[in-house]
Design a protein around this ligand. Structure first.
Ligand SMILES: N[C@@H](CCC(=O)N[C@@H](CS)C(=O)NCC(=O)O)C(=O)O
Length: 288
């Protein structure tokens, strides 16, 4: 490991030009940067999001609910381009003061309810519609154990491993080592759990799987950071088995397309306002 070069000053100052991928949007202050109201579509649920792993959790959940016959889960998914700072509009900050996607408004209740934090959104939808969360205390608790495990561990995968392996403007061995070690430890935790259970919380598919698949499922199948080989993902055979099974679910295939602006064009649906948008996807719709 190379010698330490950087000596922190007495008081940290914001260097707005740090050159990293996210330097144009990252800032040390909260609150809106501009006035803009959010669009509201025709459905009860209004989602403001982007198909990052955190965003995919919610669109997969909504598509699963619709596939289970819950018509009240119809939704409009509006695109929030975080690279362009849409999360700092006054309208978005009213829905999520933390300025991060995903953010949801439920207009089926009066007054409308705002829901932010992807884990809270999954829990809200599971409780509202009575799906993907066992009602018995033991099953519910095990599901929430794993949901909170995911919410607590994902920043080590995204903000830690993914940032330093993929996004940082130069490779720092110390940081990559630290977060790769943690990413592999977490993959091993999941692998051991899935060695004895079909799904994370047992024999039933729950919001724990819906939250975790976009992170760990994508990680081992190369869907994020192109790091499957680097992480030796082939070793996590139970995670791979689970990732492939869930990846084949039609609702998961649909959910991961919504608000997606990267990858193959036929896997991108920039905005979703109707179930038929998946069938009638055209160049025109994708550019909306
Ligand atoms: N803990 C939050 C994390 C959400 C999050 O990190 N969202 C990212 C995209 S994956 C974001 O909106 N970033 C924009 C920004 O940091 O300005 C959740 O689970 O909802």
């Amino acid at each position: 490991m190379s010698e330490q070069q950087y000596q922190p000053p007495k008081v940290w100052k914001w260097n707005q030009q740090d050159g990293g991928t996210w330097s144009s949007i990252n800032r040390p202050i909260a609150g809106p940067t501009h006035d803009k109201t959010l669009p509201v579509g025709k459905h009860p649920l209004q989602l403001y999001s982007l198909a990052t792993p955190n965003g995919q959790k919610v669109t997969i959940m909504l598509e699963e609910l619709l596939a289970a016959g819950v018509s009240g889960a119809e939704y409009d998914a509006h695109l929030i381009r975080i690279g362009e700072g849409d999360q700092f509009s006054s309208g978005f900050v009213e829905v999520n003061p933390n300025s991060k996607i995903p953010a949801l408004m439920d207009h089926s209740v009066n007054p409308p309810v705002r829901v932010f934090e992807s884990g809270a959104i999954l829990l809200y939808l599971a409780e509202k519609f009575g799906h993907f969360l066992p009602t018995n205390l033991a099953g519910r608790t095990e599901t929430l154990n794993w949901l909170f495990w995911l919410q607590g561990s994902a920043p080590y995968i995204g903000g830690g491993f993914g940032h330093f392996y993929n996004y940082a403007p130069f490779k720092i061995e110390y940081a990559i080592d630290r977060f790769t070690m943690e990413a592999k430890r977490l993959l091993d935790v999941l692998d051991r759990q899935l060695a004895h259970h079909r799904y994370m919380a047992g024999e039933h598919y729950t919001i724990a799987d819906i939250a975790t698949w976009p992170w760990y499922g994508n990680l081992v199948t190369g869907g994020v950071y192109n790091a499957a080989e680097f992480l030796d993902a082939g070793n996590y055979t139970n995670v791979l088995r689970w990732a492939k099974e869930i990846g084949e679910r039609p609702a998961v295939k649909r959910g991961r397309m919504v608000n997606r602006v990267q990858g193959p064009l036929n896997e991108q649906l920039h905005e979703r306002h109707d179930a038929s948008d998946f069938d009638t996807q055209t160049e025109d719709k994708k550019q909306k």
